[in-house]
Write a protein that binds this ligand. Structure first.
Ligand code: 13P
Length: 340
């Protein structure tokens, strides 16, 4: 492992006001999003969609790294250029999703465990040869009656740490993603409690598995009330609760925190990230950045709709959302940007 290189890559991914674009939906997830809009769920439609994204003019102004899915890293643009080359040509560092998905956890009704450790060393070596410089593994933690359980939190944290250690061995920066889901009617306080427990457990496991914190990124959820909770806190209250939780649980050696959007609307995700940077940026040890999928892509996907004629308009929407999140990193995002 080249520690210097890992640290440099991790720092580059959260440098300035840029962030990550998660465009690594698995085929089933991507198909589900296409189906909702009546877009054909084919290899070619997914390829065309990803080509639209990576060829967006100026995307590299706000996006430092793009997380790709295995199918995409093996695909080409219509003109034959590998998608991976299009990403690097845009000045964007290529990353890869390497988990094999969250599966029902034995003995733990309503909970999931993320799979994908078997053969991971070999897969990472291949992705590294292809040019990937960072990776992602997502664990999901649900909140509900009697859950999350200790067993689920520990098993997922352990898998995240073993994945992260294997990544660093391969010279790939691990993005460690423990996602506490928004589904449910739980309160913000409950989410804060679960998120803190999850993060403390994850960092304990990262330490045990000898992961170098300077050469990784954390991709957590924001601390939010459940989607069905009657009380929805203000943007500033969410920012305060999220930063308080992170300060308690995330070591200062970690260079950056790149939030997932998790089903928030695009505007709210930008506004909440902005509020955190406005209120706390000068006092935090790590950069507060983004690694959004839906909160960057969704408006563009709806405009694109599987139709080549819509590509320029969809790219404009994608560029705009990336810019809004760059502004949120500087604490300069405001609602007027949405009307521009
Ligand atoms: P969302 O921003 O849509 O939550 O996706 C982020 C992600 O990469 C989930 O693994």
């Amino acid at each position: 492992m080249n520690a210097q290189e890992l640290m440099e890559t991790a720092r580059k991914l959260v440098a300035g006001d840029k962030g990550l674009l998660a465009m690594d939906e698995s085929n089933p997830t991507c198909n589900k999003r296409f189906a909702k809009l009546g877009i054909p769920q084919t290899v070619e439609a997914r390829r065309a969609y990803r080509e639209m994204i990576v060829t967006t003019p100026g995307l590299g102004e706000s996006i430092s790294g793009a997380i790709l899915y295995d199918e995409t890293v093996r695909q080409q643009k219509k003109d034959g250029t590998p998608i991976l080359k299009a990403v690097t040509d845009a000045g964007i560092i290529p990353g890869i999703k390497v988990d094999a998905g969250a599966k029902d956890m034995a003995g733990h009704p309503g909970e999931k465990i993320t799979e994908g450790l078997d053969g991971l060393r070999e897969r990472l070596a291949e992705y590294s040869r292809m040019g990937a410089r960072f990776a992602k593994w997502r664990a999901v933690i649900a909140i509900g009656a009697g859950i999350p359980s200790r067993g689920c939190i520990e098993a997922n944290a352990h898998a995240l740490a073993r994945y992260a250690a294997l990544c660093q061995e391969a010279g790939i920066v691990p993005v460690v993603e423990p996602e506490v889901l928004m589904d449910g009617d739980h309160t913000l306080a409950r989410c804060a409690e679960a998120t803190e427990e999850v993060l403390r457990t994850v960092f304990h496991q990262l330490y045990t598995q000898r992961v170098m914190l300077e050469g990784m990124l954390l991709k957590p959820n924001m601390v939010l009330p459940g989607l069905a909770c009657p009380k929805q806190e203000s943007v500033d209250e969410v920012a305060d609760a999220t930063v308080r939780c992170l300060l308690r649980a995330v070591p200062a050696a970690v260079p950056g925190i790149t939030f997932l959007s998790g089903g928030q609307t695009s505007d709210l995700a930008s506004a909440r990230l902005n509020a955190m940077n406005v209120r706390f940026k000068s006092r935090l040890p790590w950069a507060l950045a983004f690694s959004f999928a839906r909160a960057i892509q969704q408006p563009a996907l709806e405009i694109w709709h599987g139709n080549e004629a819509n590509v320029p308009a969809a790219q404009k929407a994608l560029y705009h959302r990336a810019k809004c999140n760059g502004a949120a990193r500087r604490g300069e995002y405001n609602a007027a940007m949405e009307r521009a």
